[in-house]
Design a protein around this ligand. Structure first.
Ligand SMILES: *Cc1c(COP(=O)(O)O)cnc(C)c1O
Length: 420
């Protein structure tokens, strides 16, 4: 397919190309493993809520029968007390590039962000009282910004805002200009939720470290979509979602990563019995547990970890590099079709065109996209909408086909034309 110079490809040409891409896709067969993949629905929102795996229904039923139903309270000793650490280590090995003992599955992303950013702020500020600033960008996800503002108000800190370009994200120069001897902690998203901009996490981590600051990475939009090397890139702390590209299901708990070198020095604020050194001693005072235990607070959400375990097993069988390869091919295809069909209708690509700077979703910009999104949902084409005028096309690599991309973008064009 040629998009430059020549006239736009016909629908038949694009369908043929999509079929050829699907036929050549080594991961193609895995799509059938997801609930709903047999229907004509076009799912462009795997970056907000991944589809369930079929096997998860069987595992959930077996869990109710055999684990919860038959083992009852004994299940805690037998396996559930260890689950936050065991599943955390699975995430670390399969998708995070982290050695064991540094990752735990716990609360929501929001709550874990609060716990880790506050722990990092308190540590840096205690070591050097001049370090009062928390650096975050204005385009970071709302919960990240709100959590930082709350911590600053609570601890007498100051929020130092980076004005990020909506389509470009936080660059090395922008971070370098924002950090210094007053920085306690930096909080950045690895992939910008709006544009899909993929930050150079290793380079930005080094810049935070050169300024003597700690950095917390929000991996919500990158875990399971792009390979991550948390240990090799020198991460201090990180938090990520499991209901997006890890297909854990609505509200499945987030994970926290704390580099081994920091664990014993950090104290998170939600002191609960599950974070205590000896959980069942039930002693008069809180003493924080060893390693990652201290980052837990209350009873772990065991049933909500079932879906992610299945997706992690699938990702492990395939490998994150293969997942990323397909992800790049899907977003390239979506951008080519956009240039061919949607650009003449006034749509622009509000995501990086360089695949090395782009995550698993593509944002298409047009003033009418809010209305287009509503129309698409009525036709079982499910992207989502983000201001200003952004149609987000989230292409979960293992559950999305090239034919689905073509079908969905044809409908976007039709919806735009119908609004005229
Ligand atoms: C999805 C997402 C969140 C969600 O936080 P919850 O506590 O799970 O609601 C946070 N940050 C980013 C960057 C996200 O993409």
């Amino acid at each position: 397919m040629s998009t430059e110079g020549a006239s736009a490809p016909t629908l038949d040409e694009v369908r043929a190309e999509a079929s050829a891409l699907d036929a050549a896709d080594p991961l193609r067969a895995h799509r059938d493993a997801f609930v709903g993949s047999e229907t004509p629905l076009v799912y462009f929102d795997g970056n907000s809520l991944g589809r369930p795996l079929r096997v998860t229904a069987e595992h959930a039923a077996a869990f109710v029968r055999e684990d919860w139903g038959a083992r009852l309270i004994r299940g805690w000793d037998e396996q559930w007390m260890a689950a936050p650490f065991a599943v955390g280590d699975d995430i670390a090995r399969i998708a995070l590039g982290a050695a064991p003992g540094q990752t735990v599955v716990g609360d929501s992303t929001t709550v874990l962000l609060y716990k880790l950013v506050r722990a990092a702020f308190d540590f840096a500020h205690a070591a050097d009282p001049d370090r009062v600033e928390i650096v975050v960008d204005r385009d970071n996800f709302p919960t990240d910004r709100y959590v930082v503002e709350g911590i600053a108000a609570e601890r007498g800190g100051v929020v130092r805002w980076i004005a990020a370009d909506l389509a470009a994200g936080v660059t090395a120069d922008a971070l370098r200009a924002a950090v210094g001897p007053r920085t306690a902690v930096v909080l950045l998203s690895h992939i910008a939720y709006r544009s899909g901009y993929l930050a150079n996490a290793a380079a930005l981590t080094a810049i935070a470290h050169e300024a003597g600051a700690l950095i917390v990475w929000d991996l919500c939009h990158s875990i399971g979509a792009v390979p991550i090397s948390a240990d090799a890139w020198g991460f201090d702390l990180a938090v990520g979602c499991t209901y997006k590209y890890l297909n854990g299901g609505p509200g499945s708990p987030a994970f926290a990563y704390v580099a081994a070198r920091h664990q014993s020095a950090l104290h998170q604020p939600v002191q609960g019995w599950m974070g205590a050194a000896d959980v069942f001693a039930m002693g008069p005072e809180y003493a924080s547990g060893p390693g990652m235990r201290r980052f837990l607070s209350g009873t772990p959400p065991i049933t909500a970890m079932l879906g992610m375990r299945d997706m992690l097993a699938l990702i492990e069988s395939v490998g994150m590099d293969a997942v990323r390869e397909k992800s790049v091919a899907l977003t390239e295809f979506a951008i080519r079709l956009t240039d061919a069909w949607l650009a003449p209708l006034g749509v622009t690509v509000a995501s990086p065109r360089d695949a090395a700077q782009r995550g698993g979703h593509v944002t298409l910009s047009h003033p009418a996209m809010r209305a287009v999104t509503a129309r698409l949902w009525e036709q079982d084409v499910i992207p989502d909408y983000r201001d200003p005028g952004g149609l987000r096309i989230g292409l979960s690599p293992l559950s999305t086909s090239f034919a689905e991309v073509a079908d969905g973008l044809v409908k976007v064009a039709a919806a735009l034309r119908a609004l005229d």
